[in-house]
Design a protein around this ligand. Structure first.
Ligand code: IPE
Ligand code: IPE
Ligand code: MG
Length: 260
């Protein structure tokens, strides 16, 4: 397993700590290598203010930018953000097209800062179905940042956990058909390497905002032993301090991986 228990005996009283104190707590202990986030609640944030849902997505993009900076400053190795699911196509067409355009523009406009911070962008998800212009814009940033060696930012975009497993099964079946792999040699490692997240350690911590107690088809294989942290805070209201709190609580947990 990727990471040893980090939290045993490291319980710290977190309630009442401010941002600077929380950051100090987080920095004093081993950080998770990989944090994944289900960025949820943009629509509710907007509706509560009498605004159209897309106004929430616009705010959500700002939060994502702030969280990438915070993750980079903390020295996390991988940050995975769930930006658009295969099920999100079922939303009204104008919400979908605005959201895709917003995401593409945000990613493109981030390129200079990603380069400056040595951040590599990877995309998890299927490319078919994504408008060509959006695909090209994102691909450009993926290519431009491919040799960066700092934080790897993974955008789950047109992503579905079940589609990912289907694609992995197909890839392995093709290898078997070509005589390159024997069925009995398929194990966890082979499946892991056939996923969109090949070569990436499983998330240590999964954060979901806006309080829903579900995983919504996200990283189904990879989260087998991931620690979950769910907050009622809506994504546009989430900030670096919330990320620090989530990590500090994670650091106080004992991961057992089925042992004692
Ligand atoms: C998360 O916010 C963004 C995406 C799923 C793309 P939502 O749009 O799901 O917001 P709620 O859950 O309706 O509040
Ligand atoms: C999960 O949020 C997908 C993303 C954050 C991109 P949803 O809002 O789509 O999930 P459900 O519908 O509440 O399960
Ligand atoms: Mg939602």
């Amino acid at each position: 397993m990727a990471l040893k228990p980090v939290g045993a005996g490291a319980q710290v009283e977190l309630a009442g700590l401010d941002e600077v104190e929380l950051l100090a707590v987080v920095r004093a202990q081993p950080r998770p290598a990989h944090v994944a986030i289900i960025m949820d609640g943009n629509g509710r944030w907007a509706t509560r203010r009498g605004l159209p849902r897309v106004a929430g997505h616009r705010e959500g993009v700002k939060t994502a930018r702030a969280i990438v900076r915070a993750a980079d400053a903390l020295g996390l190795r991988y940050l995975t953000l769930y930006a658009f699911s295969t099920e999100n196509w079922s939303r009204p067409e104008d919400e979908v097209s605005t959201l895709l355009r917003l995401l593409e523009r945000a990613i493109r406009s981030e390129l200079p800062e990603l380069m400056e911070r040595n951040v590599r962008l990877r995309v998890l998800g299927r490319t078919n179905g994504v408008p060509l212009q959006v695909r090209r814009g994102i691909d450009h940033v993926v290519q431009a940042t491919r040799d960066n060696t700092g934080l790897t930012l993974m955008m789950a975009f047109n992503y579905g956990g079940r589609d990912e497993l289907i694609d992995a099964c197909r890839a392995l079946a093709r290898q078997v058909q070509a005589g390159e792999l024997r069925p009995e040699d398929i194990g966890e490692k082979e499946i892991q390497q056939a996923l969109y997240t090949a070569d990436v350690p499983d998330p240590d911590l999964l954060i979901r905002t806006s309080g829903e107690m579900r995983v919504s088809n996200f990283l189904l294989w990879q989260i087998a032993y991931t620690e979950l942290w769910i907050t009622p805070t809506l994504w546009p209201d989430f900030g670096a301090v919330d990320l620090y709190r989530a990590i500090a609580e994670f650091q106080g947990r004992t991961r057992r991986f089925g042992g004692v």
